[in-house]
Design a protein around this ligand. Structure first.
Ligand code: MG
Ligand code: MG
Length: 254
């Protein structure tokens, strides 16, 4: 686990800004009838114009049979994470989660947003708001002297209070020169436990909740797309955050 200097955090902020711009462009474009591959093309353009590369494209962790083929993950409805942008056309009322990363001058940012397309279902709006509330609570706990478990517990408490399902697989993680570094930041845990948080630690915090209230998930045959086990809708939001003496600093905000 590596602590970053103030100058390194500034450099990571520039990478994070590229991620924020890509996500904003995708969100602005997403509408009924737009294909997921078109959203990926938009994100590719934003990264290319910034001189950034994608830590997603070609990524192949041990669980995946195939390298990831895109620069965004586009997860629709019951898909929570790692959806491959296909030629699927967005339909009225879809819940879309988009995850994007960028590497600029050797530093990486990683963030995700969830939103509805067309006419929103109230239940989807509530699910997204809960995930965003959990992200904010996790970020608020990312302070020097705190513990990693404080972040995890803050996220888990929001999901449990709302009756949503969650899983500690595929949670947050350290971020630096590469996308996935130590420590891992699970989406549930006990306060006061785990690694002591220090200024200079940069982590991605990324709650993903499942509306049905069950904690299980399943993987598609494509080896990537992770869906809720009960078929209920899911939402995923993420920021890369630097822990500083002045408190948490969101590096992937616009
Ligand atoms: Mg991500
Ligand atoms: Mg991440």
């Amino acid at each position: 686990m590596e602590l970053k200097s103030a100058a390194e955090i500034e450099a990571m902020r520039e990478a994070g800004r590229v991620v924020a711009r890509a996500l904003a462009a995708v969100r602005a474009q997403a509408a009924v009838g737009v294909r997921l591959v078109e959203l990926d093309q938009t994100a590719r353009s934003v990264l290319a114009e910034a001189g950034a590369t994608s830590p997603f494209l070609g990524y192949q962790p041990s669980f995946a049979d195939l390298p990831f083929p895109a620069v965004i993950c586009a997860s629709v409805n019951d898909a929570a994470l790692h959806g491959i942008p296909t030629r699927y056309k967005l339909a009225d009322g879809d819940l879309l989660s988009v995850d994007c990363g960028a590497t600029l001058h050797g530093w990486t940012g990683d963030a995700a947003i969830s939103f509805t397309v067309g006419t929103p279902r109230p239940a989807d709006v509530a699910l997204i708001e809960a995930a965003e509330k959990a992200l904010a609570a996790g970020i608020a706990a990312a302070v020097p002297g705190g513990r990693l478990g404080d972040i995890s517990a803050a996220i888990g408490a929001v999901a449990r209070a709302a009756g949503y399902g969650l899983h500690t697989d595929f949670g947050g993680h350290g971020v630096g020169h590469t996308m996935h570094e130590s420590p891992s930041v699970p989406n549930d845990g006990k306060p006061g436990r785990g690694l002591k948080l220090a200024a200079g630690l940069v982590i991605a915090i990324e709650p993903w909740f499942m509306a049905g209230g069950r904690d299980s998930y399943r993987l598609d045959d494509d080896g990537w797309t992770l869906r809720s086990g009960d078929g209920s809708r899911a939402a995923h939001v993420e920021h890369t955050v630097a822990i500083t003496a002045d408190g948490p600093r969101i590096l992937t905000a616009l």
